[in-house]
Write a protein of this length. Sequence first.
Length: 220
Amino acid sequence: MKFVMVPGGWQGGWVFDSVAAELRGGGHEVEAVTLSGLESDRPADLDPPNLDTHIDQVAEIVERSGEGPLALCGHSYAGLVIAGVADRLGDRLEQLVFIDAYVPEDGDSCWSLTSDTFRELFIAGARADGRWVAVPDGMDPRARPHPLASFVQSIKLTGGPGPARTFISGGAWPGTPFLPLTERLRDDPAWQFHEIPVGHNIARRDPNSLAAVLGALSAA
C-alpha cells in the first residue's frame, strides 16, 4: 500500500520520518507532504496559503500516485485537508486515516472545531502581522509559522460516499479538543478506531505503534 501522510499545524513532512521508515521496512511506499507555506525555505513575502491551497496540493499528489491501494493520512489540522481531498477523489482512496485530527462536516473549519484555548493561541500567534501564526513554545526547531488563513477557512464538502475511515486517538492529553469526537467515533460502526495514548504528536512520541496500526490497515 502507498501512504500519503499530511502533517498538522506548523510541522513538515519530517514529522513522519520514523513512521515512514517503519512502513517502508514493511514493504510499503510512503510520501510525507510538507504543506505549502511550511517549507524551511519559504520566501519571506509569500502570501499565506489557505485551506483550499492545501487541499489542491495534496489532491495533485494523490492524482499522480498511480494505480494501487492508497491510504491518505492526516494529523491534527490536516484532518480538514484529507477530508477535502477525499470529497474530491474518494474513489481513488482505499483508506482515510485521521491521526488525532479534526473530522469536519461541510462548513466547518479548524477554527470552528477547535477549543477556545487553541483559538486564543492562533490569535496571539498571529498578532505580529495577522497573517502567520507563530510557532508555539516547545515545538521542534524545524517547525515554521503556519498560515492563519488555512486555520480559519471553512471547508466545502458534498457529503458523497468515500473510503474506509479510521480515527487514531492520542488519548486524553491536556487541552485536547478531540475528546467529544473520540467518544463519538469509538463505538461508531462506520469507523475503525484505535488509541495510542501518548499525547497529540503520536508520530514523534510512538512511531512504532503508529506504523503498526497503519500497516495493519493494508491487510484489513
